[in-house]
Write a protein that binds this ligand. Structure first.
Ligand SMILES: O=P(O)(O)O[C@H]1O[C@H](CO)[C@@H](O)[C@H]1O
Ligand SMILES: [Mn+2]
Ligand SMILES: [Mn+2]
Length: 406
């Protein structure tokens, strides 16, 4: 049994989702396209990285084999030829959305089989009754934006007007989300959080997954920068997740990074935050030294998605993957006898794809542990197989969805 360690490389899809066409994402492939760009010499950035994508540790565990099985295409640069040393395969998402909560909840054994509410690609995107109610119920006079946007682009576009007028910037994306950007010192951080709480309540009838506070600082449109004080206001998962089931069995769940926010703080006993992938990796290792037998460490590595996938930054994404790969042996060396480490993702965010949104993709499912020999685990029909594997490994009762692959 000892422990389970579940790492989500946020947005690290490996292509081949059978229902990608429903999302306009047929052919999207986060890993495959990054690797192709790198192989063609378009993944270079001075001082950051050059050449073909180089992920020897993930590849040896079975990443290249899993990607090939997911979409039938060999990944350039992932040329490990022996038998993978990990359990390797991919999983399809059954949840209706390609958003972070749907992906994580399904990984934790609870697919999202209802439809979230979304806002249309129109201006204004939000219904007037909703923005009117927010204005009436808070201390703001108007909202700016009111459209689909990339979070970094919209603060450059409207940040100065926001500072001048005091009106916060409301925007959305292909996800079920209302994001509110405001300047930390001109508008105030606590005031922004309060506004998000009010908006969260008012958004419930629209079935919106998350309201997200997006504070930023800086002096003008050229220097505005989002701060680390993002805060997510999520609805609760529709059924108990494997986190809740573990908590009910008296186990400790360590949530690293965004995990606790994604699960509306339910089922997570210890929260360890980190400012970016590097710190998140350190915090995950710290949790290794805190966790006892039967506990779960659940980590989210956000930079892949928010800094590189949504920003459509191929060299940045490639460098972040290569850095994670270089550090992976630290995690493997920290495993005790009986520990199970699983690496996966919650959706895709192909940095070569149009727009700035997530992409519907299969995700890798790679597992290893002392004494575990490598073998294929095939194409799993739901991410919930991951949560059920954790449940079985940690010796708790099976849940309603998915099947363990061990
Ligand atoms: O462009 P930014 O603000 O990073 O938005 C991204 O972050 C949101 C939450 O993860 C997603 O809905 C996506 O649109
Ligand atoms: Mn995500
Ligand atoms: Mn995202």
């Amino acid at each position: 049994m000892p422990r389970a360690i579940l790492c989500v490389l946020d947005s690290f899809g490996i292509g081949g989702a059978p229902d990608a066409d429903k999302f306009g994402d047929m052919g999207s492939d986060t890993l495959g396209h990054i690797a192709e760009e790198c192989a063609a010499g378009r993944g270079n950035r001075e001082g950051l990285r050059t050449g073909p994508l180089c992920l020897p540790n993930l590849d040896r565990l079975g990443l290249g084999a899993a990607a090939k099985r997911s979409n039938g295409i060999s990944v350039p640069g992932l040329d490990f030829t022996g038998e993978p040393v990990g359990l390797w395969g991919h999983a399809e998402e059954v949840s209706n959305g390609k958003d972070t909560p749907s992906g994580h909840w399904e990984i934790a054994g609870v697919p999202v089989l209802f439809d979230w509410g979304y806002f249309p690609e129109a201006i204004p995107t939000f219904p007037a009754e909703l923005t009117d109610a927010v204005i009436a119920g808070s201390d703001i006079e108007a909202v700016l934006g009111n459209k689909h946007a990339s979070g970094t682009v919209i603060i450059e576009e409207l940040g100065e007007e926001h500072v001048r007028t005091g009106h916060p910037i409301f925007y959305t994306s292909a996800d079920s989300v209302i994001q509110i950007a405001a300047h930390e010192s001109h508008f105030g951080l606590d005031r922004l959080y309060k506004l998000c709480e009010i908006t969260r309540e008012l958004a419930n009838p629209y079935n919106i997954g998350r309201v997200i506070a997006r504070p930023f600082d800086g002096d003008d449109s050229k220097t505005f920068k989002r701060t680390a004080n993002r805060r997510d206001y999520s609805v609760l998962p529709p059924e108990p997740t494997v986190l809740d089931r573990l908590a009910a069995a008296g186990r400790t769940v360590y949530g690293i990074g965004k995990i606790s926010d994604i699960f509306a703080h339910q089922g997570v006993s210890h929260v360890l935050k980190g400012a970016g992938n590097e710190e998140l990796f350190d915090k995950t290792l710290e949790a290794f030294s805190l966790a006892s037998d039967g506990d779960l460490i659940f980590a989210n590595f956000i930079d892949f998605d928010s800094l590189y996938g949504h920003r459509r930054d191929v060299p940045g994404y490639a460098a972040a993957l290569e850095h994670f790969d270089q550090r992976l042996p630290e995690m493997i060396d920290a495993l005790k006898d009986g520990d199970l480490l699983i690496l996966t993702a919650d959706h895709g965010c192909d940095p070569t794809w149009r727009g700035t949104d997530h992409t519907r993709e299969n995700v890798p499912v790679i597992a290893t542990g002392p004494g575990l020999s490598g073998k294929p685990i095939g194409g799993r029909k739901t991410f919930a197989d991951i949560g059920e594997t954790v449940a079985k490994h940690l010796g708790i009762e099976p849940g309603k969805h998915g099947q363990s692959f061990i």
